[in-house]
Design a protein around this ligand. Structure first.
Ligand code: XIL
Length: 462
C-alpha cells in the first residue's frame, strides 16, 4: 500500500516536472555550455570540445578568426553538432581562430559558451616585415633607443651581426665585458681591452652606449672576494673601481647601471658581499661615487640607473626597489630605473608591467627596459619552436613595445634586447633560471633571419 502511494507520488512529481519543461517559460532554463580547450590541433584544423548540457539534443558551433565573431569561418556559423566535440577542418596554417557553442533542444537555444582561442600549427606563409627597428622607431614623435646586448667578439666589421646591429639598433649594452670581474684584474689594475672595443664601436658608429654594470654580486673578481683588508678598506676598493671606470668612460658612455640586482626575491636586501662588507648604505655610496667621478671628469650629464629583474610579478621585491629609489632620489642620485624584463610568453601580464613601470614614471625617472627577452619554453614542454608559441611570443613583444612607446617622452630612454639570435641567448644556459631546455627568446633565428617577434616589435610601434 505504502509502496503504491510512493509510486503514485513520484509519477505525479515527474509529471509536474515534465510540464514545467514545456513551452517558452522553460527556454531560459537550458544551461549555457562550457567550451573546453581544443585537441589535435594541426595545420588545417583542430577538435573543438565542450561539456554536456542536460536536456539538450544538439549544439551550435561557431568558429571565427575574430574574438567578437564579427564573421564566421564558412560552414561554421551555428553548425549543428550532436556530439560533445567536432573536428573543424579546412583552416589555414599558423592562424588564430576562436570558437564557442550554444546548446539546443527542439524549441530552445542556450546562451553562448565561453570563447576558446586556438592557433593552427604550421607556417602562416605571411612574410615578416623587413623594416629596420631603429628606422621605424626614429620616425616616432617621441623616439627612444633600441638597444642590443653585445659581446666584443661579435663586433667584427662586415659580419652579418655587425650589419644588422648597425642597421637596426641605436644603443648597445655589454652583455658581460663591462662588469667588474672582467675589467678589474687586481686592486687598481684594469683590463680595458674588450670593454674599450665595445665603447669605441658604439662611439664611432653613432650608437648610444649604456654601461652595464658597475656593481653586481654575480661578477665580483676573485681578488675582491678574497680581499683580506678591513671593511673600510673594502669600501675604498669599490670606490676606487667605480671612480676608475666612470672616469675612463666619461663622455663616452651615456648611462651606467650603478648597482644591479641588490634586492632579493623575498623582498629584502640581497645578502651579497657588498651588503656584508659595506652595510645597507652601500647602494647610496656607489651612486655618490659614480656621480662624483663623472662630475670630476666634466661629464655632468651621465645618467645613473638602478637595475633589477622580476619586479612586475613580485610585489615585495617591487616595493623594496622603490624604497631604494626613494632613498636615492632624496639624495638626487638616481636618473633612471632599469627593468630587466627576462619575461615569458604568458607572464608578466600587461597590467603587471604597467603598474611597475608607472611607479617609476610617477617618480620622474627615465625607464630602461634593459634586458628584454621572452621565453617560449619555460616549462620545457616543447622540443621545437611551435607556431603557437611563435605567435604568442610575437604578441608579447608587441605588447611590451606598445606600452613602452606609450610612456611620456621625458621618461623614455631605451628598450634593449638581450642578445641577437636565439642561439646567442643566455636563457637556455642559465643555471639560475632553472631552465635547461631549448628556448627561442629573441628577434632573430640562428641564421640571422627576422622572426615574428621582430614583426611584433615593429607592430608595437604603430
Ligand atoms: C648575463 C649574460 O647574458 C651572460 O652572458 C653572462 O655570462 C652572465 O650575465 N641579469 C643581468 C645580466 O643583469 O647582466 C645577465 O647577463 C643576465 C641576468
Amino acid at each position: 500500500m505504502k509502496i503504491k502511494f510512493l509510486l503514485m507520488l513520484t509519477s505525479f512529481v515527474f509529471f509536474l516536472n515534465a510540464c514545467s519543461k514545456d513551452g517558452n517559460e522553460a527556454a531560459a532554463n537550458l544551461e549555457t555550455p562550457v567550451a573546453n580547450a581544443p585537441k589535435e590541433v594541426n595545420d588545417n584544423g583542430f577538435k573543438a570540445k565542450w561539456n554536456y548540457v542536460s536536456q539538450s539534443k544538439s549544439y551550435l558551433l561557431d568558429v571565427s578568426t575574430t574574438e567578437n565573431f564579427a564573421a564566421f569561418v564558412p560552414n561554421y556559423n551555428a553548425k549543428e553538432v550532436t556530439d560533445l566535440n567536432e573536428v573543424v577542418v579546412g583552416l589555414t596554417g599558423g592562424t588564430q581562430y576562436y570558437y564557442r557553442v550554444r546548446a539546443k533542444n527542439e524549441t530552445q537555444i542556450s546562451d553562448y559558451s565561453n570563447v576558446i582561442s586556438v592557433v593552427t600549427t604550421g607556417s602562416s606563409g605571411i612574410p615578416e616585415d623587413p623594416t629596420f627597428l631603429k628606422v621605424k622607431t626614429n620616425k616616432l614623435a617621441n623616439p627612444f633607443f633600441v638597444g642590443m646586448a653585445v659581446k666584443a667578439s661579435q663586433l667584427t666589421g662586415g659580419s652579418p651581426y655587425d650589419i644588422i646591429l648597425k642597421n637596426e639598433f641605436s644603443s648597445i649594452s655589454a652583455e658581460y665585458e663591462m662588469k667588474m670581474d672582467p675589467i678589474s684584474t687586481a686592486s687598481g689594475v684594469y683590463n680595458w681591452t674588450a670593454a674599450d672595443k665595445i665603447v669605441t664601436y658604439g662611439n664611432s658608429n653613432g650608437i648610444n652606449v649604456h654601461g652595464h654594470a658597475l656593481v653586481w654580486h654575480n661578477a665580483v673578481p676573485a681578488w675582491l672576494k678574497d680581499f683580506s683588508g678591513t671593511d673600510a678598506e673594502f669600501a675604498l676598493e669599490v670606490k676606487k673601481y667605480i671612480t676608475a671606470v666612470v672616469t675612463h668612460y666619461a663622455g663616452k658612455v651615456k648611462s651606467w647601471d650603478v648597482v644591479n640586482e641588490a634586492v632579493d626575491d623575498n623582498g629584502s636586501m640581497r645578502n651579497t658581499l657588498f651588503l656584508n662588507r659595506m652595510g645597507p648604505n652601500y647602494i647610496k655610496d656607489c651612486f655618490q661615487w659614480a656621480r662624483n667621478a663623472a662630475n670630476a671628469a666634466g661629464d655632468t650629464n651621465l645618467l645613473l640607473f638602478y637595475n633589477d629583474y622580476a619586479t612586475s610579478t613580485n610585489m615585495a621585491k617591487q616595493d623594496k626597489v622603490f624604497s631604494i629609489v626613494d632613498d636615492l632620489k632624496a639624495g638626487n642620485l638616481i636618473d633612471g630605473l632599469g627593468f630587466q624584463m627576462h619575461n615569458k610568453y604568458l607572464t608578466p601580464t600587461k597590467a603587471q608591467i604597467e603598474t611597475d613601470i608607472n611607479r617609476a614614471v610617477a617618480k620622474g625617472l627615465k625607464i630602461h627596459v634593459s634586458e628584454l627577452d621572452i621565453q617560449v619554453n619555460p616549462s620545457n614542454d616543447i622540443s621545437t619552436f611551435t607556431n603557437e608559441r611563435r605567435l604568442a611570443q610575437k604578441e608579447k613583444y608587441k605588447e611590451m613595445v606598445q606600452l613602452y612607446n606609450a610612456l611620456p617622452a621625458a621618461n623614455k630612454y631605451a628598450l634593449t634586447i638581450w642578445g641577437m639570435r636565439d642561439n646567442d641567448s643566455w636563457i637556455p644556459y642559465s643555471t639560475e633560471l632553472n631552465h635547461t631546455g631549448n628556448d627561442w627568446p629573441l628577434l632573430y633565428d640562428s641564421n640571422f633571419a627576422v622572426k615574428s617577434s621582430h614583426t611584433g616589435f615593429l607592430e608595437g610601434l604603430d
